[in-house]
Design a protein around this ligand. Structure first.
Ligand code: DX5
Ligand code: ZN
Length: 215
């Protein structure tokens, strides 16, 4: 299991210390939640802080764009050092736009992911599954850390696992929101490859133990 700690729950005034903690705790990815106050009702951080993060870590930078018009900012996040950019299906007008964002990300030599909100059916992204490196299943409404896991994510993970295995695709399944030891285990059993966890990891007194408990 790949663990991607979300720095949305880190101490922004001492981010480097928290990044070191997750590195030493055995995480290989870092989940970077970008919120614009428009697509979601909260504002987090943008690409310039990502550039600073890139300078202090070799962790795989897993960028989750919760923004309207993702295409407009792709180059900024890629230049800042993103390894993977995941954008929201719901931020696009139609499937053609979804396809063009995926192509633009991949043409720049990094990985492309798409995310679906809790009320979006997995069927919506089936036509582009083979083009993706990752699908991010939201198990909370995007916008805030510390919410409770929505069990309906489990069926989506199972469905995606089936499609990906049957189609012999490379696409990873990532789950984000309300992940702790118990919900993480349920996602693992359903077929997830990557778990995002923010408050569970950063509120735990022992970061290594928290990360280990999700693997
Ligand atoms: C929510 C973000 C998540 C958030 C998860 O909109 O996409 O990545 O940080 O936080 P927890 O793990 O606390 O639910
Ligand atoms: Zn996220």
């Amino acid at each position: 299991m790949i663990i991607s700690p979300s720095v949305l729950s880190a101490n922004f005034a001492d981010l480097k210390t928290d990044i070191k903690k997750i590195e030493e705790g055995g995480a290989s990815w870092l989940h970077y939640d970008v919120m614009d106050g428009h697509f979601v009702p909260n504002i987090s951080f943008g690409y310039s802080i990502l550039g600073d993060v890139r300078k202090v870590t070799d962790l795989f930078l897993d960028v989750h764009l919760m923004i309207s018009d993702p295409k407009k900012y792709l180059n900024d996040f890629i230049k800042a050092g993103a390894d993977l950019i995941t954008f929201h299906y719901e931020s696009c007008d139609d499937l053609d736009q979804v396809k063009s964002v995926i192509t633009e990300i991949k043409n720049q030599g990094i990985k492309a992911g798409i995310s679906i909100k809790p009320n979006t059916d997995v069927e919506a992204i089936k036509p582009v599954l083979a083009d993706l490196d990752l699908v991010l299943v939201m198990s909370v409404e995007p916008g805030f850390g510390g919410q409770s896991f929505m069990p309906k994510a489990i069926d989506k993970i199972k469905t995606l696992r089936n499609w990906i295995d049957q189609g012999k695709m490379e696409c990873l399944i990532e789950v984000d929101g309300g992940i702790n030891e118990e919900t993480g285990k349920q996602c693992k059993e359903a077929g997830a490859d990557v778990l995002v966890a923010g408050s569970y990891i950063f509120k735990h007194e022992n970061t290594k133990e928290a990360i280990e408990s999700l693997k």
